[in-house]
Write a protein that binds this ligand. Structure first.
Ligand code: C2E
Ligand code: MG
Ligand code: MG
Length: 743
């Protein structure tokens, strides 16, 4: 207690002091906290200021970013569209404006679907639904048609988070689409085209083929790839051909042509081929594309058509059309090269007879065989043709002399000499050849043809199996023929004809039992014209019937007289040409009537016909021959041995006499072929009940040989030429004048 008493002043003092001290402390702390608050406020203000600054900066940069974004949006290389959920356009950028070729204000608010090509509208609508229904981007490709101009676009779109709008980015892909379509088209063509396509690389190795290639060549793609084009090489060409092909290909980059190629199975086909080269930017060859189509069938068809138009189907020779073509070419060539050319006209002698008798089949084989034979006589450069019927023509070009023409003509005549074996028949057919020369005889094709034809007729007139050159004399002959035809029309009325008689002698006794009536024409200016010359003209002009009838009446009157005066069984033979048989105005009944009027039996007349007539199948001939028989007249087969001799016909028509042609008689010597032939003919005729008359006996030797061979009658200059009736009278023996009984 002491301590408290001693150390402290009074209590109140102490309390006062303590109170003061408390006030002081409180004051101090209040001031301190005020200071602290101030400080904090200051700090806070600074912070706020800083935040403000940052905010301002952020806002400025945000505003800048927005501006940048708007610029980016506007100038973006893609077309952007913000589309509302209903498909209307909210916003677009410059590219969008350009793509639609519209100003922005016309775009906004418009339904985007309205600028989509109508075909693609459903696609677009579906696409938009997908965009709003799904998170993430969606893609589609459609065609826009702003202002009618189609543009392919690719669209990528994504919906906003609130799914009330979407952003669509569009790229114009028209170029790519066109390219794709072209590519697709090319691929389709490549696959579907009928032409085979083959592509090679710069090493000429095949790198691609299409299905048509496989179809054409038989090689699958696997088999072809890696090979070269020589895989298809045919054996038809030599190396030079391919060297030329490659040369052209390398020089021009192209080759086109027709080429025989080979398939996998070895078969060859004709291809129309075109090869094209593909170059790179530097002009280096990188590919070759070959396209080929098979034209084998087409070529075959063309050839067939050509053949049908130009080739005679029977013989395979050029027909008239082609022959004329060739002739014109040959003439042109001769003209250019100053060379001669010969044209030969060939006509088969008596072809018609064979055709009519043995049938067209046999006629056809004869023509074929003839073609073979004629072909064997000519060079490859000569053109043998068959313009028609039994006519053949030959063009001999590049001539070096007339000798060669004659050689060919001789060879042709020679080759035709050998007998033709047709069916079961053997027969002989000869050819008559007319020859005209270019430019000697004619300088145009038409003239040359005419002259060769005239020469051919001249050859026929000379006798069969002959050749004849055209000469101006030939030209005159044809003119003469024309004039004679005119003159012949008046000859009968003007009494220019008379009948000559040539005795036919019984070889056993030498007695004249018969005569042949041979007409003579005493032409007022030309003198005596040979029947060999005018009978063919009379036949051609139809005058033969009238003339023949006149001869008959003359002969009938004459035989009546001679039967009374010289020989009761005297008989005169009359030549009757085939033309008379075919003429309807030639009435048999008139002849028979005339004989009756004269009180003559038919047997006083014999009718001489030629072999060709018997070959004629027509019933007219058979009927007339039968009518002769019925009237009691006899028939003689004239010029036997020169034509187509068939035994069956002799029998069928009951021929009474067979006249051996003078061709066999004129060279008759013992042991000759002709002798053997005569003996055979005589023996055969006798077997068939016919008598034989030998024509053209000029020597006693001939007569004796024939008599020995058994020949019945003879006729010829040895006994007498054909003479007038008065002169003939003197040939009868004076003793033989008593009238005999009629037969
Ligand atoms: P053909 O009927 O064969 O007459 C025989 C021809 O040979 C006659 O010529 C005759 O004169 C001739 N000849 C007779 N013997 C000999 C001889 O020993 N040597 C030679 N080299 N020849 C002889 P032709 O009178 O010139 O008559 C020629 C042809 O004319 C006849 O040939 C006949 O086919 C025809 N012919 C004559 N007269 C007539 C007729 O009135 N009518 C018809 N249709 N044709 C007739
Ligand atoms: Mg006669
Ligand atoms: Mg005769």
């Amino acid at each position: 207690m002491k301590k408290r008493h001693d150390g402290s002043k009074s209590g109140s003092e102490l309390r006062q002091r303590a109170e003061r001290q408390l006030v002081d402390a409180t004051l101090t702390s209040a001031i301190e906290s005020q200071h602290r608050l101030m400080h904090e406020l200051q700090v806070h203000q600074i912070e706020l200021q800083m935040q403000n600054e940052a905010l301002r900066e952020a806002r400025a940069s945000a505003e800048q970013a927005l501006l940048r974004y708007a610029e980016l949006f506007d100038f973006a290389p893609l077309a952007y569209f913000t589309l509302n959920r209903d498909g209307s356009v909210q916003q677009t950028n410059f590219k969008g404006e350009r793509m639609l070729a519209m100003e922005r204000r016309n775009i906004t608010g418009r339904r985007f679907a309205n600028i989509v090509a109508s075909d693609y509208r459903p696609v677009f609508t579906g696409f938009l639904e997908k965009v709003f229904a799904n998170p993430g981007t969606q893609h589609c490709e459609i065609v826009l048609e702003p202002g009618g101009h189609a543009t392919w676009v690719s669209i990528e779109a994504i919906a906003d988070s609130d799914r009330q709008s979407c952003l669509a980015a569009m790229v114009d892909i028209s170029e790519r689409k066109n390219y794709e379509q072209e590519l697709q088209l090319a691929a389709t063509v490549y696959l579907a085209i009928e032409e085979a396509i083959l592509v090679t690389d710069s090493n000429d190795k095949i790198i691609a083929v299409n299905p048509a290639f496989t179809k054409l060549t038989g090689y699958s793609a696997a088999e072809a790839i890696g090979q070269t084009m020589s895989l298809l090489k045919s054996s038809r060409y030599d190396e030079a051909f391919f060297t030329e092909l490659w040369k052209q290909l390398n020089n021009t980059g192209q080759w086109q042509g027709e080429i025989w190629s080979r398939q996998k199975n070895g078969a060859e086909y004709l291809a129309r081929l075109s090869i094209t080269t593909v170059y790179d930017d530097q002009g280096r060859e990188i590919r070759r594309v070959a396209m080929a189509s098979d034209i084998t069938e087409q070529r075959r068809a063309e050839q067939l058509i050509h053949q049908q138009a130009n080739i005679d189907p029977l013989t395979g020779l050029p027909n008239r059309r082609m022959f004329l073509d060739r002739l014109q070419c040959a003439i042109n060539k001769s003209h250019r090269e100053h060379q001669k050319l010969a044209l030969m006209f060939m006509d088969l002698d008596r072809f018609k007879d064979i055709n009519d008798t043995l049938g067209h089949d046999v006629g056809d084989s004869l023509l074929k065989e003839t073609t073979q034979r004629l072909m064997s006589c000519i060079r490859e450069t000569d053109t043998l043709a068959r313009p028609g019927g039994d006519e053949f023509t030959l063009i001999l070009s590049e001539l070096h002399g007339l000798n060669s023409i004659e050689r060919v003509a001789q060879a042709m005549l020679g080759t035709m000499m050998a007998p033709f074996q047709l069916k079961d028949e053997r027969c002989y057919v000869s050819v008559s050849i007319g020859i005209a020369l270019y430019p000697d005889d004619a300088d145009t094709m038409e003239e040359l043809l005419k002259k060769a034809d005239q020469a051919m007729y001249a050859a026929k007139d000379k006798g069969r199996s002959q050749f004849c050159f055209f000469t101006s004399a030939m030209q005159e002959a044809s003119e003469t023929r024309l004039r004679l035809t005119n003159d012949l029309r008046h000859a009968l009325a003007d009494n220019q004809f008379w009948v000559a008689y040539q005795p036919i002698v019984d070889l056993a006794t030498g007695a004249i039992k018969k005569a042949e009536a041979l007409i003579r024409w005493q032409h007022p200016t030309r003198g005596l014209v040979s029947p060999a010359e005018f009978i063919p003209i009379a036949e051609d002009s139809g005058l033969i019937t009238e003339i023949g009838s006149w001869v008959f009446h003359q002969v009938a009157d004459q035989v009546a007289k001679w039967r009374i005066k010289h020989h009761a069984l005297f008989q005169i033979s009359i030549n009757k040409s085939p033309a008379q048989f075919h003429n309807n105005s030639d009435k048999m009944a008139d002849w028979v009537e005339h004989l009756n009027r004269l009180g003559l039996p038919g047997g006083c007349i014999a009718v001489e016909i030629t072999e060709g007539l018997l070959l004629d199948n027509s019933s007219i001939v058979a009927d007339k021959l039968l009518a002769f028989k019925d009237a009691g007249m006899q028939t003689s087969l004239d010029d036997f041995g020169t034509g187509y001799s068939s035994l069956s016909y002799l029998k069928k028509y009951h021929i009474d006499f067979l006249k051996i042609d003078q061709a066999f008689v004129s060279n008759l010597v013992a042991n000759s072929t002709d002798m053997t032939l005569c003996e055979a003919i005589i023996a055969m005729a006798h077997v068939l009940g016919m008598k034989v008359i030998a024509e053209g006996i000029e020597t006693e030797e001939q007569r004796d040989l024939l008599f020995k061979a058994g020949c019945d009658y003879g006729q010829g200059y040895l006994f007498s030429k054909a003479v007038s009736a008065e002169e003939f009278e003197t040939l009868f023996p004076v003793t033989n004048t008593e009238p005999g009984a009629s037969s």
